[in-house]
Design a protein around this ligand. Structure first.
Ligand code: UDP
Length: 407
């Protein structure tokens, strides 16, 4: 696993020194992260790297999970969709199921953090345990864009949110007015992880071979969990429009998250939409296949993220870091990453996505320039070292009520 010092050639000496300085001010504090899954999706992705690096910096960072059954995760998935603004039928029984499982976790999860860092809505009710650890500071980290949430679900969550000492959202436009301090911290990727590190061409070729993909035609790729909001069927429709003009192939690769019960159905629908087109590769990718995902992204000519709604969209960050030209929906955190016609192309529909893909495939020089700009944008804004610094400042802020941190 990469060490803090390994990031110096990428981000410079001063950035690393600053991290060490901040970490020194958090000695003796336990930072307890809690979420609902160890694998699948952006939150797990970030914690997998953030926690060991905080530990290496000498901070007692820990990572715990809540437990839930299928019923609970069915409900939290509906809440997730509804908070993103998707129309969902929410019933009183769902709130009961949510509270039953939450109560079990309140009884079972041991709170040990000076700072308890709760990720997303699934474990939000644990804040009822705040008094079990006197003096503890509780932060709710919301990765969802809740700018137009389903009111029923948002109203249900707000009494919990109000008990926190701070909240974190990924971007200014994502949040709601709250009587609790709000911090805006965008997520990040780890440039040295298996998912993002440089790869020799032999490995890229081997992965293509493993999945029976040749590189004799341009490759368009979307890597995402099989989730309606990632719109894999829309990606296939866009590909078909492109294919009328340019012979190309499509990879839709992804796995499932343990807290997402809908993915099997979405996978089946995606396969059905693909039909028997031999140039469409629907790849079920097991968790832990980071080098494979890296290789598939690097083998691609264009990376697509045609989400209907999005949190931050780490797959876009990953693609840009690899200097890939990206076509992505203008939703959630994507416009923060893709500046239209500068670091990629934004789209708003199937036909818009197809038009943009065609443009990139037929103008390789333009595509290359967008990719290079994208890499620089990620380097400046969305690498793990910036995120580590923001989180440490956030933790320190919890002890400075006037929002001032003295370095
Ligand atoms: N990812 C993965 N395997 C998959 C699908 C996605 O490892 O099968 C990773 C992907 O590379 C990215 C993260 O999960 O790092 C997804 O984050 P994003 O913000 O794009 O979407 P989320 O899944 O959190 O909605």
């Amino acid at each position: 696993m990469p060490k803090i010092a390994d990031y110096e050639p990428i981000v410079g000496f001063n950035t690393i020194e600053e991290l060490r300085l901040l970490a020194g001010k958090l000695q003796g504090k336990v930072i307890q992260n809690i979420n609902s899954t160890a694998v699948g999706g952006g939150v797990a992705e970030i914690l997998n790297r953030m926690v060991p690096l905080l530990q290496e910096l000498g901070i007692d960072a820990r990572w715990d999970f809540i437990k839930g059954g299928e019923n609970f995760f069915n409900v939290t998935k509906k809440f997730h969709n509804a908070l993103h603004g998707k129309s969902e039928e929410i019933t009183p029984q769902m709130f009961e199921i949510f509270m039953d499982t939450s109560q079990r976790n309140i009884d079972e999860v041991k709170i040990c953090g000076d700072i308890v860092f709760i990720h997303d809505p699934q474990p939000i009710a644990l804040v009822k345990k705040k008094t079990s650890m006197p003096g503890s500071k509780w932060i709710w980290r919301c990765h969802i864009d809740v700018s137009s949430p389903n009111k029923q679900v948002w109203d249900f969550l707000t009494p919990f949110i109000h008990q926190y000492d701070g909240t974190v959202f990924s971007a200014p436009g994502f949040s709601q007015p709250l009587p609790v301090r709000q911090f805006l911290i965008s997520p990040s990727i780890d440039p040295l992880s298996d998912k993002n590190k440089e790869l020799p061409q032999e490995i890229i070729d081997k992965v293509l071979e493993k999945y029976h993909i040749s590189n004799d035609k341009p490759i368009i790729t979307q890597i995402s969990r099989f989730d309606y909001l990632k719109d894999p069927v829309g990606v296939i429709e866009a590909y078909r429009l492109v294919k009328k003009h340019i012979d190309c192939q499509l990879i839709i690769g992804g796995g499932t998250a343990t807290d997402d019960p809908e993915s099997t159905g979405v996978f089946a629908e995606t396969q059905e939409a693909a039909g028997n087109d031999a140039d469409i590769h629907i790849l079920p990718i097991p968790s832990g296949s980071d080098v494979e995902i890296n290789a598939l992204q690097r083998a691609s000519n264009v990376i697509v993220q045609k989400s209907l709604r999005e949190g931050f969209g780490l797959t876009v960050t990953e693609a840009l870091w690899k200097a890939k030209p990206v076509v992505a929906s203008s939703t959630g955190g994507i416009p923060l990453q893709v500046k239209h016609k500068h670091s990629g192309l934004l789209c708003h529909s199937v036909s818009g996505a197809a038009y943009a893909i065609k443009q990139l495939l037929s103008s390789p020089e333009y595509a290359k320039r967008l990719g290079e700009n994208g890499r620089e944008h990620v380097k400046q804004n969305f690498l793990l070292t910036r995120h580590l610094k923001d989180y440490m400042l956030l933790f320190l802020c919890m002890y400075h009520p006037e929002d001032v941190v003295y370095l």
